[in-house]
Design a protein around this ligand. Structure first.
Ligand code: ACO
Length: 309
């Protein structure tokens, strides 16, 4: 039995910070941010709202959509680079808050590709038959490691959480193929240095603009499909220009790609599950759709998958 997605959820903080607001913080302007990145505004968590709080709200919604409760969960995986603290993990905090008394719990650290690593890890446990229901979350409060005096990075990031419940679906549907990768030699291009994010934007751009389109095509071919068969693309929401490169390589129409980078900025591990949840709720992802999910991040890491709904 293949593993598939049974429910999704997402949550973003209420506080909106627009590009105009950013002009008051650093030497930047709306036009630069919009044209270079596609970002118009981002959500920023308030002081007493931590990563686990965002994750909890997304998880509740996903459980409801999957029509199961916390007690049904066998495993909780939380992908994050901004846990409340290194331990106890965000996943353990959720295990308690969700009443998931039968679940094991661990956090995954693979930066923006973290949710993809989570989905593929969950797939293994489900397809061996060892576990039935797994909660996978991407959740970040990047604002707490953002250097608000560095215009090269602070305009890019936002806070949020997305969640998915995975379980056995059928022999034909679910996650059909995947690719995961890492290249530690590029680690210096995107790193947490002391308390803040450091990024060599140009090097990350070059890597991402090559890797996302390549991985998208690989996973489609591995699943035995052609580019033309793809119904919906969910790329990591880092920069609209990088996302466009993946879309154009697959040759699919603009409205077949999930875009929320304009509203939320780059929410790292949360970006793909937020877009997935939005796609399910706004009806862009329909029954029988072939969906490509693909991301890249610090590490460097990357991951892609093809799922048939
Ligand atoms: N406002 C105005 N000017 C700025 C700003 C800003 N916010 N930030 C940088 N600039 C200036 C720089 O100082 C530089 O000026 P200079 O040429 O006088 O030195 C210039 O703009 C840089 O311009 P470009 O290099 O042409 O900018 P580019 O088109 O490369 O866009 C960007 C920069 C958006 C950062 C791009 O490189 C990018 O998106 N890189 C990938 C980032 C990314 O995907 N990160 C993923 C993070 S994933 C994770 O794991 C968290």
């Amino acid at each position: 039995m293949k593993a598939g997605i049974l429910g999704t959820g997402h949550f973003v903080p209420a506080k909106i910070v627009t590009n105009k607001d950013m002009e008051q913080i650093v030497d930047t302007n709306d036009e630069w941010i919009r044209t270079r990145t596609g970002i118009e505004e981002r959500r920023i968590a308030v002081d007493n709202e931590d990563t686990s709080d965002l994750a909890f709200k997304a998880a509740e919604q996903a459980l409801q959509e999957a029509n199961i409760t916390g007690e049904d969960l066998d495993l909780i995986l939380v992908a994050t680079v901004t846990p409340d603290q290194p331990f106890p993990t965000v996943s353990c905090k959720l295990q308690e808050r969700l009443g998931a008394k039968n679940a094991a719990a661990m956090d995954i650290s693979a930066a923006c590709a973290g949710f993809m690593y989570g989905v593929i890890t969950a797939k293994q446990f489900i397809e061996t038959g060892d576990y039935k229901y797994i909660l996978i979350i991407g959740a970040e409060k990047l604002s707490k490691i953002t250097d608000w005096s560095d215009r090269n990075t602070c305009v890019l990031f936002g806070d949020g959480a997305g969640a998915a419940i995975m379980g056995p679906v059928s022999e034909e549907r679910g996650v059909l193929s995947f690719e995961l990768g890492a290249d530690g030699s590029g680690g210096q291009y995107l790193a947490q240095k002391e308390d803040h994010i450091f990024m060599n934007g140009r090097e990350v751009f070059k890597f991402a603009v090559r890797q996302m389109p390549e991985s998208s095509v690989h996973v489609v071919e591995k699943a035995g499909y052609h580019k033309e068969d793809v119904d919906y693309l969910i790329p990591h929401q880092a920069n609209i220009r990088i996302m466009e490169a993946a879309r154009q390589r697959l040759g699919i129409a603009e409205d077949r790609m999930a875009v929320n980078v304009n509203k939320y900025g780059n929410t790292s591990a949360a970006s793909i599950p937020i877009a997935l949840s939005e796609g399910v709720k706004n009806g862009k992802i329909k029954e029988n759709d072939l969906v490509v999910l693909v991301g890249f991040g610090g590490g460097l890491t990357w991951g892609g998958a093809v799922a048939l709904k």
